[in-house]
Design a protein around this ligand. Structure first.
Ligand code: NAG
Ligand code: NAG
Ligand code: NAG
Ligand code: NAG
Length: 499
C-alpha cells in the first residue's frame, strides 16, 4: 500500500516538474522573443533617422571594377551527385589555385568543415567549363543565375539607397539589362561574361562525414576579363567629369598571379593607384577587401592601394588576414567564424594603427597618401564601424544599424523581419577589448547600437587620435537563404549611410 502511495506521489511530482519545465521554456522563449523585438524596434528606429529630405541632392558614388554572372547551386547536392565516391580526407590547408578535381574537393572540404567563405580559381578552364555544364544539367528546374561581381552588387545597393552611381565594368548584352538603367557604365560591351560557380551550403549540411558549422559559400571561377581590371582606364577618364563623393575599389582579389605575365599585375595595380591618387580631397576613397590568400598580392595592395584610401570594408576572416599581413607579413587561413566582439575590435585597432604608422612615416615623401579614417567589419553576429572622430564620415551609429538590418534582410531573403525567425547570438553586454580593464557596453532597449569614443595611440611619439566605435547586433536568420554577395550589400549600405 505504502509503495503504491509513493508511486502515485512520484507520478504527480513528475507531472508537476514537466509542467513547470514547459512553462519555464515558454517563459524563456518569450523573453528571447521580447529581446529580439526590442532590438529590432531599436534598429529600425535608428535606420528611420537616415531618411534624406527630398531637397538633399543624391550622393554621388563611383565604383570599380568588373562584373560576372553568378551560377548558384546547392553545394552538397552537387557534390553528392558528381563526387559522392570521392570524399577527401582533409590533409593540408587550403590552396589558392585548384587545378583538378581532387584539389577542388580537398579545398572545398577544408572550407566547408570550417564554415568559412572562400573564393578560388580553377586553373584548368576546360574542367571549369565541364563543371559549369554539370551545374546547368543538375539545376534545370532550380537554376539560379544572378548578376555577380563585387562592383555591380555594390552599385545596385548604392542605387537602392538613393545614390547616383557610376560603375566601371565591361559587360555583355545579356548582363547589362540586369543592371538598373539609371546606373551609368564606364566600360565596353563584351561577347561573354566571366562565370562564377557558387556552391552554397547551410549550417548543418553534410557531405560525407563533414558537417558545415554555419551557412556559407565556396566560389569557383576561371575568369578571363576580371583579373585584368579592364575597365580601370575608362573609369579613370569618366571620373574626371563625374566628381563623386565616394570612390569604391573592389574586385582586386580576382588578380591571381597565374593569369599575368611577370610585371603585368603591378602595371594594372599602378593604374588603380593612379586612379585613387587623382581624386580630389573631397572624394573619399574606399577599398572593399575580399578573400585574399596570396601574400604577394596582399603586399602589393599594401603598396599600391591601402595608402591611398580613407576607408576599408571586410569580414572577420579578411580582418584577421589583413592584421597578420600588416603586423607580421604573413597570411592566415580560415579563422573562428564567430569571433568575440572584444577580439574583433582589438584587431581593428591594430590594423588602424599599422596604417596610421605607415602614413606617419611616409606621408611627407608622398603627399598623395591618405590617413585612414574608417574601418567597417561585418560578421555573422554583429557590425562594427570605427571612424576618426573629426572625419567626414557621418552617422556612424545609423550606418552600423543599417548594415545590421541589411545583413539580416539579405541572408533571410526577406524585407520583413520576423522576430521568430531570429537567433540571438550576442549576449546582453560585451567587453570593448580583450585587455583586462576594458569597459563593457550593454546592448539593450536603451542602446540597441552602443557607440563610444576612445583614443588610439600610435607611433614612436605616442600620438593620440580620437575615434568613434559603434557595434550593432545582427538579428541572425535561423535559416540562411543566401550568403554569397551579402558582404557587398552590407558594406555598401553602411557606406551609403555615411555620406
Ligand atoms: C520586454 O522587454 C522590455 C524591455 O526590457 C520590458 O519593458 C517589457 O516589459 C518586456 N515585455 C514582456 C512581455 O516581457
Ligand atoms: C583539364 O581538364 C580536362 C577535363 O577534365 C582534362 O581532360 C585535361 O587533361 C586537363 N588539362 C590539364 C592540363 O590538366
Ligand atoms: C542542399 O540540399 C540538401 C538535400 O537536398 C539539403 O539538406 C540542404 O539543406 C540544401 N542546402 C542548401 C544550401 O540549400
Ligand atoms: C536584402 C538586400 O538588400 N538585398 C539586395 C542586395 O543587393 C542586390 C543587388 O545587388 C539586390 O537585388 C538585393 O535586393
Amino acid at each position: 500500500m505504502t509503495a503504491l502511495r509513493y508511486m502515485g506521489w512520484l507520478t504527480g511530482f513528475s507531472v508537476f516538474t514537466a509542467f513547470v519545465s514547459i512553462i519555464w521554456q515558454a517563459f524563456l522563449s518569450l523573453q528571447a522573443l521580447n529581446r529580439t523585438t526590442v532590438l529590432l524596434t531599436g534598429l529600425l528606429a535608428i535606420e528611420g533617422s537616415l531618411k534624406r529630405s527630398a531637397q538633399e541632392p543624391a550622393p554621388k558614388v563611383a565604383i570599380g571594377y568588373g562584373a560576372c554572372t553568378d551560377l548558384q547551386i546547392n553545394a552538397t547536392e552537387f557534390l553528392e551527385r558528381y563526387y559522392s565516391r570521392r570524399i577527401p580526407v582533409v590533409t593540408t590547408g587550403s590552396r589558392e589555385i585548384v587545378s583538378n578535381e581532387d584539389e577542388l574537393l580537398q579545398s572545398f572540404a577544408y572550407y566547408f568543415q570550417n564554415g568559412a567563405a572562400a573564393e578560388r580559381v580553377m586553373a584548368n578552364s576546360t574542367l571549369f567549363k565541364q563543371l559549369v555544364g554539370y551545374a546547368k544539367v543538375m539545376d534545370k528546374e532550380r537554376i539560379n543565375w544572378y548578376m555577380g561581381g563585387n562592383a555591380p552588387l555594390m552599385a545596385v545597393r548604392f542605387f537602392m539607397e538613393g545614390a547616383e552611381v557610376l560603375l566601371g565594368a565591361h559587360m555583355s548584352k545579356k548582363l547589362r539589362p540586369l543592371l538598373p538603367k539609371e546606373i551609368r557604365l564606364a566600360g565596353d560591351e563584351i561577347a561573354n561574361d566571366d562565370i562564377h560557380l557558387i556552391l552554397e551550403y547551410k549550417a548543418g549540411d553534410t557531405w560525407g562525414s563533414y558537417v558545415a558549422p554555419r551557412a556559407n559559400r565556396y566560389i569557383l571561377h576561371s575568369d578571363r576579363n576580371n583579373p585584368h581590371l579592364r575597365a580601370v582606364e575608362q573609369l579613370t577618364d569618366a571620373l574626371k567629369v563625374y566628381h563623386p563623393q565616394l570612390l569604391v575599389v573592389s574586385g582586386l582579389q580576382m588578380m591571381d598571379m597565374f593569369t599575368f605575365n611577370p610585371g603585368e599585375r603591378e602595371a594594372r595595380l599602378q593604374q588603380v593607384q593612379r586612379q585613387l591618387t587623382s581624386q580630389p580631397a573631397d572624394t573619399l576613397n574606399h577599398f572593399e577587401m575580399a578573400s585574399y590568400v596570396e601574400l604577394q598580392l596582399l603586399q602589393q595592395l599594401r603598396h599600391f592601394v591601402l595608402p591611398y584610401v580613407d576607408s576599408l570594408g571586410m569580414n572577420e576572416q579578411e580582418l584577421s588576414n589583413l592584421q597578420q599581413v600588416l603586423s607580421h607579413g604573413r597570411t592566415t587561413l580560415a579563422t573562428d567564424w564567430n569571433p568575440r566582439i572584444a577580439h574583433t575590435l582589438d584587431q581593428m585597432r591594430q590594423v588602424f594603427i599599422s596604417l596610421l604608422e605607415d602614413y606617419g612615416q611616409r606621408s611627407s615623401s608622398d603627399p598623395r597618401r591618405r590617413r585612414i579614417s574608417r574601418i567597417h567589419v561585418h560578421t555573422l553576429a554583429y557590425q562594427a564601424i570605427l571612424t576618426t572622430a573629426s572625419s567626414k564620415w557621418k552617422n556612424t551609429r545609423a550606418a552600423a544599424a543599417k548594415a545590421a538590418l541589411t545583413a539580416h534582410r539579405y541572408v533571410c531573403k526577406s524585407q520583413f523581419i520576423n522576430p521568430e525567425a531570429v537567433l540571438q547570438v550576442l549576449d546582453d553586454s560585451f567587453a570593448t577589448s580583450t585587455q583586462s580593464d576594458a569597459p563593457r557596453m550593454r546592448i539593450g532597449a536603451a542602446s540597441p547600437v552602443p557607440c563610444w569614443r576612445e583614443y588610439i595611440e600610435y607611433g614612436r611619439q605616442h600620438q593620440r587620435l580620437e575615434v568613434e566605435i559603434c557595434v550593432a547586433p545582427v538579428l541572425v536568420c535561423r535559416e540562411a537563404r543566401k550568403t554569397a554577395g551579402a558582404g557587398d550589400n552590407i558594406s555598401a549600405s553602411g557606406l551609403a549611410a555615411q555620406l
